[in-house]
Design a protein around this ligand. Sequence first.
Ligand SMILES: C=CC1=C(C)c2cc3[nH]c(cc4nc(cc5[nH]c(cc1n2)c(C)c5CCC(=O)O)C(CCC(=O)O)=C4C)c(C)c3C=C
Ligand SMILES: [Fe+2]
Length: 387
Amino acid sequence: MGRVGVLLLNLGGPEQLEDVRPFLYNLFSDPEIIRLPFRWLQRPLAWLISTLRYTKSQENYKAIGGGSPLRRITEEQAVALQERLTQKGHDAQIYVGMRYWHPFTEEALVRIKRDKIEQLVILPLYPQFSISTSGSSFRLLERLWSEDPALQDINYTVIPSWYDRPGYLQAMSQLIAQELDHCQDSEHIHLFFSAHGVPVNYVEEAGDPYQSEIENCTQLIMDTLNRPNPHTLAYQSRVGPVEWLKPYTEEAIPELAQQGVEDLMVVPISFVSEHIETLEEIDMEYRHLAEESGIKNFYRVPALNTHPVFIEDLADMVIEALDSPQVKFAEVAHPPKKTKMYPQERWEWGMTTAAEVWNGRLAMIGIVAVLVELITGHGPLHLVGLL
Ligand SMILES: C=CC1=C(C)c2cc3[nH]c(cc4nc(cc5[nH]c(cc1n2)c(C)c5CCC(=O)O)C(CCC(=O)O)=C4C)c(C)c3C=C
Ligand SMILES: [Fe+2]
C-alpha cells in the first residue's frame, strides 16, 4: 500500500468575530444550504442574508469566547486519530478539510497532492449523512476531482455515514451514562436528543436520508445505553421561513415541561465536537427556555471531541475502509430524489382536498366558457365545431 492519507471533513466555523460575515457568506452561497430555482440568485442572496444576519450571529460567537472552537477540536481529533492509527500499525497522514472556513477543503487537497498521497480515505465528521453537510462536501470534492488530473491519480474511498458503528454508539452511551450517574434519581431524567434540523423538503423531495438516520441513531443509542429513562427526539437551529423537521427543540422543551417533566438532559446528536450550537444554543438559549418553562434541572451531555472510544472507532473505520471495495463520489453525492405526490393529486372520494381541487378546476373551466361566449357570441361547443 502506498502513502496513506485521511481527509476529515467538517463544516468549519469563524475563529474571530471579523470572520463571521465572510463565513456566513460562504455558507449561504452553497446551493446545498439554500436551494434556489435560479443559480444566479445564489450569491446576491448569500450577500443579503450574511449582511442581515452577521451582527446577531457575532453576538452568539461573542458569548462563547469570540469564535468557534471547531477548528481546534477537529485538529485535536486529527492528532488523536493519527496516534491511534500508528499504535495499530498504520502510518497515515491526517488532513482537515472544512467546507466554509479555514482550513478549506481546497487547502487540504493542496497538501494531499504535495505529500504525494496515494491512498485516501475521506471521512466526514458527521455521523449521519445530510445533503447539506457530508453531501455538500462530497459534491465539492467530486467537482474538484473532475477538474484536476493530479487528484484523479489518487485512489480514494468515501465513508458516507457511520451513525450505526458500535464504537460510536458505545462512546455516546458512555457519555450519557456518566452524566446520568452524576445525578440523583437519574432514572427519572428525560433524555432529550437534539439534532440539527434541515428543511422538510430536503427529506421529502430531495431524498435526504438524514431524518431516518437520525431516528435510527437515537434508537440505537437508547438500546446501547440500556437504561429506563424516557426520551424525546427534536430538531434545533432552524433558519429561514420554510418548514424544517419537527418537533422543533424550542417547542418540544416547553411541551415536556407542561407535561410535568422537571429534569431534562440534552444529548446533542448530530455533532461530534463542541461548537456554537452546543455551547450557545443549547447551553444558553435552551437552558434559559427550559428554566422559564418550569424545568428544574437542566443537564447537557458533552460532545465526543477526542473521547478515546470514539477515536478508536474512527481508526477502525479508516483501516476497514482501506481493506474494502472503494466507494466513489458518484455513489454518495446524489441521493435518489423522491417523487412527491401532493395530497391534491391522490384521488379519494368524499369532501377531500382532491375533490376541492377538481371542483376549483371545473369552476375555472365554466368561468372561461362564459367569458368566451360573452366575448365571441358563441359557446365553446360551437367554437370547436360540435354545434
Ligand atoms: C449535522 C450538522 C449540521 C446540519 C445538518 C446543518 C445544516 C444546516 N445549517 C444551516 C445554517 C447554519 N449552520 C451554521 C453553523 C453550523 N452548522 C453546523 C452543523 C450542521 N448544519 C456546524 C457544525 C456549524 C458551525 C458552528 C460553529 O461552531 O461555528 C450557521 C452559522 C451559525 C449561526 O449563525 O447560527 C448557520 C447559519 C442550514 C441552513 C442548514 C441546512 C439546510
Ligand atoms: Fe448548520
